[in-house]
Design a protein around this ligand. Structure first.
Ligand SMILES: Cc1ncc(COP(=O)(O)O)c(C=O)c1O
Length: 468
């Protein structure tokens, strides 16, 4: 502190000079002013200038129980005083991690058996892919290496997770994707279905296309399929009716593992504990993060089914310990935060609140914006929703990316004191508020969004980039 004062640098200057931020243009950053967040409570955050914003995105879809819950701060503090750290390698363990593993497995689908703890959604997806490879090698199917992901899926930004991600902005200039990763079609009915095709027929077509890809590659070379129950960062894409049922039939037929990425959907976002409950999905491997601690501590989990655990357990008698681990796996302070978070989530009925107010939020978004001439589609489920903007409502023609329509609408929301996020692959405004939200807070989000969209639409018309 004294040193910084001597250099006479403001926090903003230090940030501009020495802090490399994710998903940020360094060129713009050095010219701009960072927004320094100082405090938060419920669904509202406050910056260092004293401005408050409704956080309609729950941080990065992660602050499920809302901000400022001192119970979690106390749980972390108490744990840190007693045991701030010890590793969990070679059968070492700690009480909060044990209790959290037990609790997560009791909440997860019935065939899930064990949790491998990591620190981020990206690393948990990497663990799950490694486990799919490990399992296939151990069961004598070493040719099964390919992982099928989907265009517009988001699975993180480390080397392999970034390769699974099906968004070019996360590949460009990074030499990604790498590895045996294939991408298949995005299940977006609005753009992908032929005219007159029902949602169910579209799902059947996507499953038939997946089967054709598997046959072309050789089923004996495919290890796993990975997908989010509802796609998040790729554009809040709700799967068409019957999609997960049809996809699972194909995967089962060819003995291909299913990795369900529940990083956003897990822990109540869709009004059920997991997306798997909403869509009747039986995962072989599940990825969780964000809502596991509501981001009060970094913690993720690769949840592993009994089928996979049985093979690993049997074969480890021969091959010994699994050569995989992170220093901070099963961190006691993060696990203590996870337990306190699940206490709040369950005791305060927040999953039920997400169902009730999620239905309300989605209905209000549709009621207020579906007929707006700038809006192509309003979609979502639970407390996850998106509004997609189009240049021509009839033809569904997109705007040219250079107009940055989504980013500009999101900017107008910010001017209204609302954080609603523009997404990287479409002109989209996305919502994912904390699950503690109230009805009047939903109403306030809708009112601010309405003013922002109308203002942006007026500007686009005036500038001649939109004729609506
Ligand atoms: C579905 C999904 N999977 C994985 C990730 C990656 O998580 P992390 O940013 O913690 O690495 C994210 C992050 O937004 C996500 O939305």
């Amino acid at each position: 502190m004294a040193d910084n004062t001597a250099r006479n640098l403001s926090l903003e200057d230090m940030d501009r000079q020495h802090f490399m931020h994710p998903s940020t243009s360094l060129h713009d950053h050095v010219k701009g002013t960072p927004r320094i967040i100082e405090s938060a409570k419920g669904i509202t955050i406050t910056d260092s200038t004293g401005r408050t914003f409704i956080d309609g995105f729950g941080g990065l879809y992660c602050v499920n129980i809302g901000y400022g819950r001192t119970e979690i701060a106390e749980a972390i503090y108490e744990q840190a005083k007693k045991l701030a750290y010890y590793h969990v390698y070679a059968s070492h363990s700690n009480e909060p991690a044990i209790r959290l593993a037990d609790r997560v497995i009791r909440l997860a689908p019935p065939n899930m058996a064990r949790v491998y703890f990591g620190l981020s959604g990206s690393d948990a997806n990497e663990t799950n892919v490694k486990l799919a490879w490990y399992y296939n090698n151990l069961r004598g199917q070493p040719k099964r290496t390919k992982i099928i992901s989907r265009w517009r899926g988001y699975h993180g930004s480390t080397v392999l997770a970034g390769s699974l991600t099906g968004l070019p902005v996360f590949h460009n200039y990074f030499n990604l994707p790498v590895g045996p990763v294939l991408h298949v079609a995005t299940p977006h009915y609005y753009y992908g279905a032929e005219p007159g095709m029902s949602e169910l027929d579209y799902s059947k077509k996507l499953a038939a296309d997946l089967e054709a890809t598997i046959l072309k590659e050789g089923p004996e070379t495919v290890a796993a399929f990975i997908g989010e129950p509802i796609m998040g960062t790729g554009g809040i894409i709700v799967p068409p009716e019957g999609y997960w049922g049809e996809i699972q039939k194909v995967l089962k037929k060819y003995d291909i593992l299913l990795i369900v990425d529940e990083v956003i959907c897990g822990f109540g976002r869709l009004g059920e504990m997991f997306g798997c409950n909403v869509y009747d999905i039986e995962p072989d491997l599940m990825t969780v993060a964000k809502g596991l601690t509501s981001a009060y501590q970094p913690l993720s989990g690769a949840i592993v089914s009994d089928k996979i655990c049985a093979v690993i357990q049997e074969k480890s008698a021969e091959i010994g310990a699994m050569g995989h681990g992170y220093t901070y796996s099963g961190h006691p302070c993060a696990a203590a935060a996870g337990l306190a978070n699940l206490d709040i989530l369950e005791k305060e009925g927040m999953v039920g609140n997400a169902k009730k107010l999620g239905a309300y939020m989605n209905a209000e978004l549709k009621k207020n914006f579906a007929d707006h001439p700038l809006v192509g589609e309003v979609r979502g489920l639970g407390l996850l929703a998106g509004i997609e903007f189009v240049a021509d409502k009839k033809t569904k023609q997109r705007f040219e990316p250079k107009h940055k329509i989504g980013i500009r609408v999101s900017g107008e929301c910010l001017a209204e004191g609302l954080i609603a996020r523009a997404m990287p692959n479409a002109d989209l405004l996305a919502f994912s508020p904390p699950l503690c939200i109230t009805k009047s807070e939903v109403d306030e989000i809708i009112a601010r969004t309405k003013r922002a969209i109308d203002k942006a639409a007026g500007a686009f018309r005036k500038e001649g980039i939109w004729q609506g």
